[in-house]
Design a protein around this ligand. Structure first.
Ligand code: AMP
Ligand code: MG
Length: 360
């Protein structure tokens, strides 16, 4: 079992990382060890993508089902050519405009990619991260790094080193503490082997921007929106419900969210009803409506401003972890308009709620 491993924690400056420290981390990976490191999305749990034993340890240490594939992280475009074959023009367009950055492309895998990484699938997920710690670490390793999010399976993805420590201390060799991650949600994933390209997971790069870069439309299957009806039709690799906090969540979805007062009053009524059953509840709310609920005596966790969905996305997983720490019976959660980053937010919230959604 991976438990019983001695875990070291290295503090590294995110903007100007100490390369000597990252060299130590690269040596750990070179010896087949596991290193958690910050990226611009969330913390990743990295291993040498070509080392079967090490990759298998990733799955064991986070209790990840063996059929949930990993993303391969690279630091230069040549790696794309050795890891993938029949790379279409669209992949290069994404790479040119959005890499390094928070978007992952799905491509046909080359024979260099071991089956453990792709969970036996014929396609591989590849990303070039922009975080200075991540990119320098990959460079120093000299090999592509396989890395899922550095959380225990089923827990919200980690956006700080403290989250990683909570989940993986004693299970992995090293945790690089580079502070809070920038985007706070996992990368946008797009499959460019199909026509039209298909969104597998919304992330920090909005679909609208990807469409501009690609020059044509992207298919958004219902599962990418996190809709329950789509669960049965999930494409391989997207089968798993992540982001499940322990506290049950009821998500209140509306046609529109622009009449703050009317929406907050509806959410309040729902919360009153639940509280009157004796349940200890909290409301996960936007900053704009949070005062409405606290005035009525509700405990409120603020996700961020409706005017700034990047803030909501960045705070989301931290707030879900804080919710669990409160040990309540139920959280009532506000919904967000499903455009731009709102699609990413709603995908994560629908999953976190286990599709416990009320439409108002
Ligand atoms: P994580 O980094 O923890 O978000 O996990 C990586 C995610 O990338 C997986 O859960 C899949 O959703 C996706 N993924 C990785 N490889 C593939 C693949 N070959 N095909 C489809 N999705 C993939
Ligand atoms: Mg994950």
């Amino acid at each position: 079992m991976p438990e019983g491993v001695k875990t070291r924690i290295l503090r590294v400056d995110s903007l100007r990382p100490d390369l000597d420290k990252l060299r130590e981390a690269a040596e750990v990976i070179g010896r087949g060890g596991l290193v958690a490191f910050p990226t611009e999305t969330v913390y990743g749990l990295g291993a040498d993508a070509g080392n079967r034993e090490a990759v298998m340890r990733i799955f064991r240490s986070k209790n990840r089902p063996a059929d949930n594939p990993l993303i391969v992280h690279i630091c230069e475009l040549e790696d794309l050519e050795s890891l993938a074959r029949e790379v279409p023009e669209e992949a290069y367009r994404v790479a040119e405009k959005l890499w390094p950055g928070p978007v992952t492309v799905i491509l046909w895998k080359s024979s260099e990619v071991i089956d453990e990484v792709t969970a036996g699938l014929p396609k591989v997920a590849i990303r070039m991260p922009s975080h200075p710690i991540a990119s320098n670490l990959i460079k120093l390793c000299g090999v592509p790094i396989a890395a899922p999010s550095a959380n225990l399976a089923g827990r919200p993805s980690p956006t700080t080193a403290e989250h990683v420590i909570r989940d993986l201390y004693g299970r992995i060799e090293l945790i690089i503490d580079g502070g809070e991650t920038l985007f706070g949600v996992e990368s946008t994933i797009i499959d460019v082997t199909v026509r039209p390209p298909r969104l597998l997971r919304p992330g920090p790069i909005p679909v609208e921007e990807l469409e501009r870069v690609l020059g044509f439309g992207i298919e958004i299957p219902a599962y990418a929106r996190g809709l329950a009806e789509a669960e049965a039709a999930l494409s391989p690799g997207t089968r798993y419900r992540h982001y499940a906090p322990k506290t049950p969540i009821k998500l209140v979805e509306a046609e529109r969210y622009d009449d703050y007062e009317a929406y907050a009053s509806t959410v309040s009524e729902i919360a009153e009803r639940e509280a009157s059953k004796g349940l200890r509840i909290a409301i996960l709310a936007s900053r704009e409506t949070s005062g409405y609920y606290s005035l009525r005596g509700f405990r409120v966790l603020v996700l961020g401003s409706r005017e700034n969905p990047y803030e909501v996305a960045k705070n989301l997983f931290r707030v879900l972890r804080e919710l669990d720490d409160l040990d309540l019976d139920l959280a009532i959660c506000e919904g967000f308009e499903e455009k731009g980053l709102g699609l990413t937010i709603m995908n994560r919230l629908r999953k976190a709620s286990g599709h416990n959604v009320i439409r108002v």
